[in-house]
Ligand binder design. Structure first.
Ligand code: GDP
Ligand code: MG
Length: 166
């Protein structure tokens, strides 16, 4: 089993942190500065019988310039070339305009889209239910997967889920 998975989401939701954890080495540049990982940086997750190439796709957000617009379109077109897409959101924050902008763009994507709710180490199980409720009807999610990229909670389960669908 092998395939490509793109990760999208607002800046600072934890995309690079997940990538770094999954591939076991620093591939994406970690930074608090938005858009540091502007280029597609690929990390490869490998087990005995599976391989997933992850693509960090930070360019999908409301463009503020023509260059930004160009980059967003190029990032968007890459989403139809992968086998699955992860939309990552921050469990600490309510669903906002930035999330909605990305969700709207994902409506044209024909590949399975997973909702990954990250930073669950920061919230209570009750709060998690509230966050999931905010997103559950926003798109036809393949699956909703709560994780902590930083602490590793549920990351193995998430990977198994992705591998199982390849
Ligand atoms: P990106 O912009 O989406 O790539 O986000 P980063 O991976 O750079 O993470 C942004 C910030 O969130 C960093 O300070 C991370 O340490 C932090 N972070 C990422 N994942 C988690 C998590 O699961 N729990 C907590 N508490 N912090 C996280
Ligand atoms: Mg990043």
């Amino acid at each position: 089993r092998s395939g490509f998975v793109a990760i999208v989401g607002r800046p600072n939701v934890g995309k690079s942190t997940l990538l770094n954890r999954v591939v076991g080495q620093k591939v994406a540049i970690m930074s608090d500065k938005p858009q540091t990982t502007r280029n597609k940086i690929q990390g490869i997750y490998t087990t005995n019988d599976a391989q997933i190439v992850f693509i960090d796709t930070p360019g999908i957000h409301k463009p503020k310039s023509e260059l930004g617009d160009y980059m967003m379109k190029s990032a968007l077109s890459s989403l139809n070339e992968v086998d699955a897409v992860i939309m990552m959101v921050n469990a600490e924050q309510r669903r906002g305009a930035g999330d909605n902008f990305i969700i709207d763009r994902l409506k044209t994507v024909k590949k399975p889209v997973y909702l990954v709710v990250n930073k669950i180490d920061q919230i209570t199980p009750d709060d998690l239910l509230v966050v999931i409720d905010q997103y559950k009807d926003a798109l036809k999610w393949q699956e909703v997967l709560p994780i902590s990229a930083l602490e590793g909670n549920n990351v193995e389960e998430m990977l198994n889920e992705l591998v199982g669908k390849l």
